[in-house]
Design a protein around this ligand. Structure first.
Ligand code: ATP
Ligand code: MG
Length: 401
């Protein structure tokens, strides 16, 4: 390592919770390897090594971008682009460390001095120094002077990390936080009812973060609603590809059901009945495509259709488990999360949704199952559901970065 600028060689991936799942650990680790591979290999061919409760991802190129990309993968706690030292000789380590610190300071906007610390770990126990000894050895060798940097072990802005391993010694200065949680695919499959709103994409993200592999279903009220709706939900599903790189999106024609409800059911019940049909159709698609649960963006009390009474009416239309990850969230909390995961801007684009079609002036707040059943007795429920399922179009969503 002789040039003045150096590039990262690999990405160190740290994961937390899967380490706790004793018996299942290999299953979780294999899923994480698979998901990291899927996410990273759109940027570069790569190899993954699993060692000592961490993964080392070795891309052929674009290491820094791969690192940022892998920081989106559920199950990942943190990632660092890492630089290799020529050997485990402490002087070699110090040389790379010095270059890294100099580069970081050159890019640093100030103010100076920047607070700094060294954190060393060694899984190679034959290494001649303890971790503490290595930290003390390196400190004076990398510090460029007290006016530029000062050591602060508790609140360091810049942490130089070092991992001494059998295969290589890695150094790093940057660490990106991942979503945490569990690898997608380790805890079953869920079908997300994805509207163009703010909530359901966030609900999808939370389910993925807990290990669910998701698919999406969206109900489209063409011709009352334009094709912009389909583009919007498709864009949202693509944006969520940061967390699960590929998925299916089912787009279901919903206008015939809405006109039947408008023509035959009491006006205040329209929204609740729309939702009951959505659950039935989603249930059928879930059956056919092996999703165990339905997932919605419902939050208690957020709108008229989300009272406990109405959610009971809606949920009763399917015997399948309905997950509502946002049930107890405030709107502000959902908006914050939507911004963080990168769906807020898309959700915020104004685009009518099927729920606005024939919207009742005074929606029912506390619906009853008896009233729902009475209204639906006037409809050919099975035929309407079958026709909608038949007319369903499937899109394959693949994240391209
Ligand atoms: P969102 O922001 O997700 O649209 P919301 O607070 O606007 O939620 P509603 O519009 O009442 O609430 O919808 C409740 C849930 O029903 C949504 O979170 C979503 O899961 C589902 N849903 C509503 N409309 C549609 C649709 N057109 N296609 C698919 N799912 C829908
Ligand atoms: Mg909505």
């Amino acid at each position: 390592m002789t040039s003045a600028t150096i590039s990262p060689e690999a990405v160190l991936v740290r994961y937390a919770e899967i380490a706790l799942k004793k018996g299942n650990r290999p299953v979780f680790e294999r899923a994480l390897v698979q998901n990291l591979k899927e996410a990273g290999s759109t940027l570069s061919p790569l190899r993954i090594e699993r060692r000592f409760g961490r993964m080392t991802v070795i891309p052929e190129r674009r290491v820094a971008q791969v690192a940022r990309r892998l920081a989106d993968v559920p199950g990942v706690k943190t990632v660092s682009p890492v630089y290799g030292a020529e050997s485990t000789d402490p002087d070699d380590i110090a040389r790379v460390a010095k270059l890294l610190v100099e580069e970081a300071l050159a890019d640093h906007p100030g103010p100076f001095p920047v607070t700094f610390r060294v954190r060393a770990r060694r899984s190679e126990k034959r290494f001649p120094m303890t971790s503490r000894e290595l930290e003390h050895f390196l400190g004076p060798r990398v510090l460029p002077g007290p006016e530029r940097i000062k050591v602060d072990l508790n609140h360091a802005e810049l942490t130089l990390g070092i991992e001494v391993r059998t295969e290589r010694t890695w150094l790093y200065l940057r660490t990106y936080a991942g979503p945490g949680g569990l690898p997608v695919g380790t805890l079953g499959r869920g079908l997300v009812l994805l509207s163009g709103g703010i909530d359901s994409p966030v609900a999808a993200y939370l389910a993925m973060k807990r290990g669910c592999r998701v698919g999406y279903v969206s109900f489209h009220s063409s011709p009352y609603i334009g094709e912009g709706f389909v583009k919007k939900v498709s864009d949202l599903a693509h944006a969520l590809g940061r967390y699960q790189a590929s998925a299916k999106l089912f787009v279901v024609p919903f206008a015939a059901i809405q006109t039947a409800i408008r023509d035959h059911a009491p006006e205040p019940y329209r929204t609740v009945l729309y939702r009951r049909f959505m659950q039935r159709i989603a249930d059928r698609l879930a059956e056919e495509h092996r999703y165990q649960a339905l997932i919605t963006g419902e939050a208690l009390g957020q709108v008229a259709s989300q009272t406990l009474e109405n959610m009971e009416c809606i949920g009763a239309a399917t015997s399948r488990m309905v997950l509502r990850p946002l049930l107890t969230y405030d709107k502000e909390e959902v908006v914050d999360l939507a911004r963080r995961i990168g769906t807020f801007e898309l959700s915020n684009i104004p685009e009518p949704d099927c729920c606005t079609v024939f919207q009742p002036a005074r929606p029912i707040i506390k619906g009853t199952l008896e009233e729902c059943a009475a209204a639906e007795a006037k409809l050919d429920v099975d035929a309407l559901v079958a026709e909608a399922v038949q007319g369903c179009e499937v899109q394959s969503i693949v994240y391209e970065g």
